[in-house]
Design a protein around this ligand. Sequence first.
Ligand code: IPE
Ligand code: IPE
Ligand code: MG
Length: 245
Amino acid sequence: MTKAKELEEKLDKAKLPQHVAIIMDGNGRWARKRDLPRVAGHRAGVKSVREIVRACGEIGIKVLTLYAFSVENWKRPRREVDTLMRLLRESLRRELPNLNKNQVRLRAIGRLKELPPKVQEALEKAIKSTEGNEGLILNLAINYGGRSEIVDAVKSLAKDVEKGVCKPDEVSEEIFEKYLYTSHVPDPDLLIRTSGEHRVSNFLLWQVSYSEIWITPVYWPDFRRHHLLGALLDYQERKRRFGGI
Ligand code: IPE
Ligand code: IPE
Ligand code: MG
């Protein structure tokens, strides 16, 4: 029996996290360790995405959010940013039949309007094409920043207040959340970060307030189904208290 199969048998299907969010980190270091250019790490990372999307669907996770590109990542050298955008576009196109075959429904969060037009087109096409699927919701965070998301939410809320749709005193957490990019999904139950960094890097700042965090030293291109299962099993051992006792 493979390691993944063995771990999967230990999983309690009644206690799965509904929403898993992943900070896919370590592509550059994975490549450097092999004397390859950083972009080779990004290319290798696509394979991990394919495997983890598939695994989440098969295991029965409802929502998977993947941090693919942050608003801060534009600071990287032009060549690397271009490659990342091209990889994104190509992967969307290439994986679309697979997503449909596996009933995956694609969504995206972030300042999408600032993405190169070709990436926006590929994204819109894939979102539209998978709209009717009923399996895993795959939520891609692209040009995403937790702070910009909150600012964008405040702006739309302020406009609604101006229009009289809602009164300032009526604003509650429940109402505010409706203005976030993630209004269509529950908060992440489990937040995974690869490559050993212990930070949130501006990811889902509002939504992770009670997420269980799981960090592995494994670089994203090496992240496989059995690592995901390890995280899920660890999650099932946690006692979530949400401030209670
Ligand atoms: C994650 O890997 C991918 C993106 C942020 C787009 P990195 O490119 O951050 O790899 P490291 O962290 O430099 O190793
Ligand atoms: C976070 O990784 C962003 C993504 C995974 C897309 P970074 O590599 O950009 O984060 P820092 O700079 O190490 O905090
Ligand atoms: Mg990094």
